[in-house]
Design a protein around this ligand. Structure first.
Ligand SMILES: Nc1ncnc2c1ncn2[C@@H]1O[C@H](COP(=O)(O)OP(=O)(O)O)[C@@H](O)[C@H]1O
Ligand SMILES: [Mg+2]
Length: 245
């Protein structure tokens, strides 16, 4: 599904990704952990096109996308879920989803008469809101949502935009314990839908609920790619990752 090879990124001449390579199969969920500043978010920014690589290739379903703009990558099914970005706070929750549905390239709705196309989109949008129990918030401004509800909206608007690959950067950061279960629920739903998911998380206990594969990034390289058990028992890793604790 996603194949990254030899990715190199530098900021002001200092390397942040050092020839990082990684392949993810369709329908797989991969957890990504690593110390602060190790390049995890930069990896997502590079995959989604918000940061330009100095070297290396990124292929989505076998097609190289590294020279495409972010919106062109999104239209091919790449879903970067941003925190506090991508959701329009002054629009209603429903309008946010309608906008995402309209951004899709694969929609047949544009050939339907305007009103029936709109009605169908509204039905789809409401169905998505029901998935995350936000239906009754449909007509409220997005700015009125709690941190956790906002996170759910960010994820389902990416579903609405037609994403097949989801890049989730610390999806539970700043989310209340109760809402964490809802975030867990929507990630499981993405898995049921056969989506490909990459999750950056601090908390290995949280991500191992979803994935049997965890990738550890340190200084812009993958230093371990294995099961949660392998990650937990790796001695070198304890030093770089858990060492300071
Ligand atoms: N846009 C940017 N401009 C300059 N430096 C950046 C930028 N984004 C990230 N960095 C630097 O790159 C390194 C990796 O950052 P990041 O990818 O955010 O790490 P992580 O997500 O693993 O904590 C850090 O040293 C950070 O300061
Ligand atoms: Mg980060």
């Amino acid at each position: 599904m996603l194949s990254i090879s030899g990715l190199e990124v530098s900021f002001q001449g200092s390397p942040v990704l050092n020839g990082l390579s990684l392949s993810v199969v369709a329908g797989e969920t991969v957890g990504i952990i690593g110390p602060n500043g190790s390049g995890k978010t930069t990896l997502f920014n590079c995959i989604s096109g918000f940061v330009t690589q100095r070297g290396g290739t990124i292929a989505l379903r076998g097609e190289e996308i590294q020279d495409l703009q972010p919106n062109a990558r999104a239209l091919r099914g790449l879903g970067r879920v941003f925190q506090n970005f991508g959701v329009f706070r002054n629009m209603t929750v429903l309008e946010n989803l309608l906008l995402a549905l309209e951004s899709r390239s694969d929609q047949m709705l544009s050939i339907l008469p305007w009103s029936s196309g709109r009605a169908q989109q509204k039905e789809q949008a409401l169905a998505l809101l029901r998935e995350v129990r936000l239906e009754e918030k449909a007509s409220l401004k997005a700015s009125s949502l709690s941190g956790g509800q906002m996170r759910l909206l960010e994820i389902i608007r990416t579903v609405a935009a037609g994403a097949e690959v989801f890049l989730l950067d610390e999806p539970t950061a700043g989310v209340s314990p109760r809402m964490k279960d809802d975030v867990t629920g929507i990630i499981r739903r993405l898995q049921e839908l056969g989506k490909t998911v990459m999750i950056i998380e601090h908390d290995i206990t949280f991500i191992e609920r979803f994935c049997t594969r965890i990738v550890v990034v340190n200084e812009g390289r993958i230093v371990l790619d294995g099961t949660p058990e392998q990650v937990r028992s790796d001695e070198q890793l304890k030093e770089i990752y858990f060492g300071r604790a």
